[in-house]
Design a protein around this ligand. Sequence first.
Ligand code: C2O
Ligand code: CU
Length: 493
Amino acid sequence: MNSKTTPDITRRFFLKSSAAVLAGAFTGSFVLHKASALAFKEFHLRAGKSPINLVPEPNGTTNAWCFNGVVPGPEIRVRQGDRLRITVDNALDEDTTVHWHGMRVPNAMDGVPHLTQPPIAPGKTFTYEFDAVDAGTFWYHPHQRSFEQVGRGLYGPLIVEEPAPIRVDRDLTWVLDDWRLTKDGQISDDFGNLHDMSHNGRIGNTVTINGHVPETFMVQRGERIRLRLINAANARIFGIDFGAHRPVIVAIDGQPVAPHNPENDLLVLGPAMRIDVVIDMVGDVNQRYTLTDPFYRGLKYRLVDLVYTDTPMRDRIPDWDMQLSANPLTEPDLDEAERHEVTFNGGMMGGVVMQEMGGSMGHELMGAMGSMRGMMHSGKIWFINGVAAEGHIMDPMLTLRHGRSHVVSMANATAWHHPIHFHGHSFRVISRNGNPTAHKEWQDTVLMAPKERVEIAFVADNPGDWMFHCHILEHQAAGMMGVIRATQPGERT
Ligand code: C2O
Ligand code: CU
């Protein structure tokens, strides 16, 4: 089942042979249990248009595109090892798909239009079936014209609980989003405009938590909360300052990490990233504490206020263990790893459009040229190894041998941040600008700063053609996307 055949796998084919497909896809990879052993947990998602209560009264409702009439879409919550069957109905006026961001699913279930499935046409249905291999915080969203579909509200959380979760008083999910609203509280329809595409994406003017403009959040002194943060924004990078509170990061992109405080006390989430933090409520009863977001210089704003109730829950900080148990990921062997180079370039720099001008490997930097008009005409603004994607079908930029360890050395040659996402795998972030990372975090989306170099390492253990792209959805739409092929077991390259 390589890329030449996956686009032809129809829903009917899949339903008839889903057990075989799932079992086959996991052979030699991460096997949790036999395909027949468990019943499916069934879910139903309907992508459609509905009014939602995004902004507080007296403003009216906002017309959104969303799942099951709500933003975020319903939280899908299962246990690790569960089998999921999720039926998606398309009540939009255009094609869609659903991608299970960060979930290591078989390729045919990855929700990439044309590459892994035919898009779901208006009025049609597609059924996704896969196992929850990893515990953690994940999310789902369309992969068809995602800069507009996600931007209008199509997304939701997918939580996979550990068999033995860490002890907390409350386990909460905050899906963060950023909207560009007009004065009358409607979604501005300037999706995909050239300025957003060539700069830092569609940054909005209204930040929401779980689909509402947040005011206050009630907590209790002494309480311990596990907060699962999901950045569902098209483009906004969140950098949360918890003030007097000291969050402890326990998982990134669903994968456990050695518990640690965020660098510089700022919790930074690029688009599509998730961070699970444990927070002890150390404030005083009846007090109010402000969480701010100073990430963009000069654009600091108040995210939400924590408001303490008048009675404490307990008087000292609990000493409960915060370390989550590891997911079944294969450890890459850095000495034996095959090495690959990836360079990102393009976008605006110093007032001009950077365009790729060659270098067969794409490593030589391009000249600064190209008119806005030329760019608008081609829609090619961002490049990976010299290529700007158009659509989801393309020749693989890298072919990775099955079962081998791979190190991908990535260079951001642009003047902008890019959250780089790889489908079907989690990778260890092993170095930044040549310096080993402190925690070798497993991630599926790594935020690269302007001019930064990042190395990631992983084992290619999930065969198929997988998207590799910037998760600033305007950058993705303007070319910053490629395909990485993970070969089948035994396949020659
Ligand atoms: Cu969150 Cu290619 O996706
Ligand atoms: Cu980008």
